[in-house]
Design a binder for this molecule. Structure first.
Ligand SMILES: Nc1ncnc2c1ncn2[C@@H]1O[C@H](COP(=O)(O)OP(=O)(O)OP(=O)(O)O)[C@@H](O)[C@H]1O
Ligand SMILES: [Mg+2]
Length: 259
């Protein structure tokens, strides 16, 4: 058994990712400790979403290794060679990772409750009654207990996003990936979604990797900020430090533009 208590939750070791000639990640190294709340910032196209999608195995890296709890995820080194890990072993690791997307990605033909219980029942094999009880608790937590039987299409964007958060939590992830989860929302709906996420940060020890333009939220919730540019991390610091006195010129430029 790997000693998960001392292993980082996430490790990128020399990860490279290209789309054709476009080198998006270039020998990327970073790690995230269990329970950390890390915000990724960087210009559009710098690879933030790609990093999260690699962790969901929605994309595959061209080079390097990704480890979760110290366990190689999609590739491992065997006899000095980088070899792909079979789907069965990947899926065991992938279960520990949940993601909330900018565009919610709910199942439109299902009710709110059905959206939340689908994966626990069909992926984890949780008994239906147990999955429903858990989903009801989560709906309470995200402030949508009264929407249990609504169709997702009848909900506002902010409500849909809170369902998406409940759906991710229903899988009891150890790692939660949040990709600009408030960017598609009308401004008056953003606060409710951020309040739900703040509550999760305060009441759980889930490791969080957050991509957001909400710098105040990043400042409140995260304990580390990583600035990406050109496929690499160019600066990392505590949020207070990076937002008040960024060292790297690119970070200064970027923060001037977004703040
Ligand atoms: N499926 C894909 N096929 C081809 N190119 C892609 C694909 N996904 C991403 N890219 C390219 O990879 C680069 C990084 O994209 P990514 O979405 O990771 O950036 P980002 O930092 O999340 O940007 P944004 O802040 O705009 O969301 C971009 O140049 C993008 O065009
Ligand atoms: Mg993105």
């Amino acid at each position: 058994m790997p000693d998960t208590a001392t292993k980082p939750a996430i490790q990128f070791q020399g990860v490279g990712k290209r789309f054709g000639d476009n080198v998006v990640l270039d020998g990327l190294d970073f790690s995230v400790a269990a329970g950390d709340r890390v915000t990724l910032i960087g210009p559009s196209g710098s690879g933030k979403t790609t990093i999260l999608r690699l962790l969901m195995t929605l994309e595959e890296a061209n080079d390097g290794l990704i480890l979760v709890d110290g366990v190689p995820y999609t590739h491992e080194m065997r006899g000095g060679k980088r070899v792909a890990i079979p789907e069965k072993r990947r899926s065991l690791v992938r279960r520990r990772v949940g993601m909330v997307f900018q565009q919610f990605n709910l199942f439109p033909n299902m009710s709110v409750l059905e959206n939340i219980i689908e994966a626990p029942i069909h992926v984890l094999g949780v008994p239906k009654a147990e999955a429903i009880a858990k989903a009801e608790d989560l709906l309470e937590k995200v402030g949508l207990a009264d929407k249990r039987d609504a169709r997702c299409t009848q909900l506002s964007g902010g409500q849909q996003q809170r369902v998406a958060i409940a759906r991710a939590l229903a899988m009891e992830p150890e790692i939660l990936l949040l990709d600009e989860v408030t960017s598609a929302l009308d401004p008056e709906l953003v606060a409710d979604v951020l309040a739900v996420l703040r509550n999760i940060a305060e009441t759980t020890d889930i490791t969080m990797l957050i991509v957001t333009h909400e710098m105040q939220f990043a400042r409140e919730v995260s304990n580390r900020v990583l600035m990406f540019d050109g496929g690499k991390i160019i600066e990392e610091a505590h949020p207070e430090e990076i937002f008040t006195s960024p060292k790297h010129e690119r970070t200064q430029e970027f923060l001037r533009a977004v703040l």
